[in-house]
Design a protein around this ligand. Sequence first.
Ligand SMILES: Nc1ncnc2c1ncn2[C@@H]1O[C@H](COP(=O)(O)OP(=O)(O)OP(=O)(O)O)[C@@H](O)[C@H]1O
Ligand SMILES: [Mg+2]
Length: 199
Amino acid sequence: MTAVTLDLRRVTKRFGEGDAEVVAVRDVSLAVAPGEVVLIMGPSGSGKTTLLSMMGALLRPTMGSIHLDGTVISDLSEGGLPDIRLHHFGFVFQDFNLLSALTAIENVALVAELAGLSGRAARTKAIGLLTELGLGRRLDFLPEKLSGGEKQRVSIARALVNDPTVISLTNRPQTWTAESATRSRGCSGGSPRNRVEAW
Ligand SMILES: Nc1ncnc2c1ncn2[C@@H]1O[C@H](COP(=O)(O)OP(=O)(O)OP(=O)(O)O)[C@@H](O)[C@H]1O
Ligand SMILES: [Mg+2]
């Protein structure tokens, strides 16, 4: 039997109440195996972002359960979710969400430091990843000095820096090619990863 890392069982998300109620995700079951790439496609408003948010421990389901490597993350308290996100998920957001006052290295290293790496080790890891992604000459640039594709690659490096179990992408980055995915795996130890994309 194939191992399952992320398992959604009959997940539903409702927003609002009464006349204003919206069922954004209805009764979805989905299992993601190590190394598997899952694409979630659907029209605008069909619930892709809501589903990805629940899969990334950003949002709790109204009904159903979400299991990550044997932990029922949908049962965790609000206070337990940031730690799960930090160690198990790498997010590449549609608008990148880089911190404008921090350089490319600092944007990536900060996330590694939050996960417990020393400042020096975090910086070394950030430089390695950014260089692998072709940003070796942009390490000390602020986001405003980077092109759109370069910002995307910084956010990909940030998503990879803690060797996450699951990488979640909202809208496929143009710069995420099969080649860069392979390189990224290589520079972080070759551990199997799942990737979930939505657009
Ligand atoms: N916080 C919220 N409160 C109320 N309704 C919400 C909320 N978030 C999302 N919805 C509703 O849930 C539905 C699904 O929204 P969602 O953002 O998941 O769609 P999507 O598939 O990602 O759309 P798009 O392709 O436009 O990004 C929409 O009808 C939206 O209006
Ligand atoms: Mg969306």
